[in-house]
Design a protein around this ligand. Structure first.
Ligand SMILES: Nc1ncnc2c1ncn2[C@@H]1O[C@H](COP(=O)(O)OP(=O)(O)OP(=O)(O)O)[C@@H](O)[C@H]1O
Ligand SMILES: [Mg+2]
Length: 353
């Protein structure tokens, strides 16, 4: 599938670096809660950058701001110098693809069909034609399928192309999400906890896969709680704590920083030290949102803006019938209480503009 590569090998390449992602002063508030506060982050071509931090630090929220799911309260996101429009399908079309902390696949579609959906931003026929097998789609079908099969081969899922995605083991579903993201021919891929739920062998394979993605010329920004994975993989690591960037540097610098050790590495990963801090910061941030791990709340309704994106009822049955404009099922990262808070803050209204 992939060949073994390392950071050192990548460093040997005399590539001219280009700033692919440039996030400046990104702030995201939900009512009284500031989930992301004035975060600057760049990702350059050829780089794998890690984003770490305790549960509730704002990592996924930051990704949502980068990908147009949320309109940041303040700040600006540029991709290759262009300010990104705050619409997820436009962000995907511009060249940023992502995977989700809570896997978002079309469960009743095959593995191949899921990748084809990810391809729609690069075909003239568009999403609905792809799903309905219209005449325009027929013409583009062969080329798209060829590319999708190449990507399935790349992630090691070619043999399962005709399986329903819901029948894949968890680790393979994560790989399928990566294949779908790659199908949009991105210049930058954002991975939100790509090894969550994987065993050590699968995690190691995921590491190799991410090196291989970087070697394809795609810059990578990755969120993970697995520190060994992050420090082995990343050229640079940024640490978010309570919505703010605490430090950024190479693995050695970040691992050795006392504030990081105190804020994060010294804490058991499954604890949520943010909960008390959030409760102290704002009454709106009371326990449920901070305490409830997003992964434990799959029934959560999508926030208002994401329901708009999905152009479909925001319940969990909807995705198979009505994918979002960016080719992914409706987001369910957000606990129900947080979704209510989001409605209060109404980022969705701005996102309609
Ligand atoms: N739509 C929303 N409405 C209100 N609050 C939200 C919303 N989305 C996230 N939050 C809150 O923002 C904070 C940051 O959450 P986020 O999911 O970004 O953290 P995270 O760093 O990804 O955590 P984890 O490691 O557990 O995935 C949390 O307190 C969360 O409850
Ligand atoms: Mg998260």
């Amino acid at each position: 599938m992939t060949t073994t590569t390392t950071k050192a090998e990548a460093g040997a390449e005399p590539a001219a670096r280009e700033t692919v992602l440039d996030a400046r002063g990104v702030t995201m508030r939900f009512g009284g809660l500031t989930a992301v506060r004035d975060v600057n982050l760049t990702v350059n071509s050829g780089e794998i950058v890690g984003l770490i931090g305790p549960n509730g630090a704002g990592k996924t929220t930051f990704f949502n701001c980068l990908t147009g799911l949320y309109v940041p309260t303040e700040g600006e996101v540029r991709y290759k110098g262009q300010v990104l429009p705050p619409k997820s399908f436009k962000v995907t079309a511009a060249g940023i693809a992502r995977t989700f902390q809570n896997i978002r696949l079309f469960n009743n579609m095959t593995v191949l069909e899921n990748v084809l959906v990810g391809r729609h931003t690069r075909t003239k026929e568009g999403l609905w034609s792809a799903l309905l097998r219209g005449p325009g789609f027929k013409r583009a079908e062969a080329a798209s399928e060829k590319r999708a099969m190449e990507l399935l081969e790349f992630v090691g899922l070619a043999e399962k192309a005709q399986h329903l995605s819901k029948n894949l083991p968890y680790g393979e579903q994560r790989k399928l999400e990566i294949a779908r993201a790659l199908a949009s021919d991105p210049g930058l891929i954002l991975l939100d906890e790509p090894t969550a739920g994987m065993n050590p062998q699968e995690t190691r394979a995921a590491e190799e896969l991410i090196f291989a993605i970087r070697d394809m010329g795609i810059a990578v920004l990755v969120i993970e709680h697995d520190m060994r994975f992050i420090f082995n993989l990343c050229d640079r690591v940024a640490v978010l704590v309570q919505g703010q960037k605490l430090i950024e540097g190479d693995s050695q610098t970040v691992q050795g920083d006392e504030r990081v050790i105190a804020a994060y590495l010294g804490e058991p990963i499954d604890e949520t030290p943010k909960a008390e801090a959030l409760a102290a910061e704002t009454p709106e941030a009371e326990a449920p949102a901070a305490e409830t791990d997003a992964d434990e709340a799959p029934e959560a309704e999508a926030p208002a803006d994401e329901a708009d994106e999905a152009e479909a009822p925001a319940d969990d049955e909807a995705p198979d019938e009505a994918p979002a404009a960016d080719g992914t099922p409706a987001e369910d990262d957000t606990p129900a209480d947080a979704a209510d808070a989001a409605k209060d803050a109404a980022p969705g209204k701005e996102n309609d503009a």
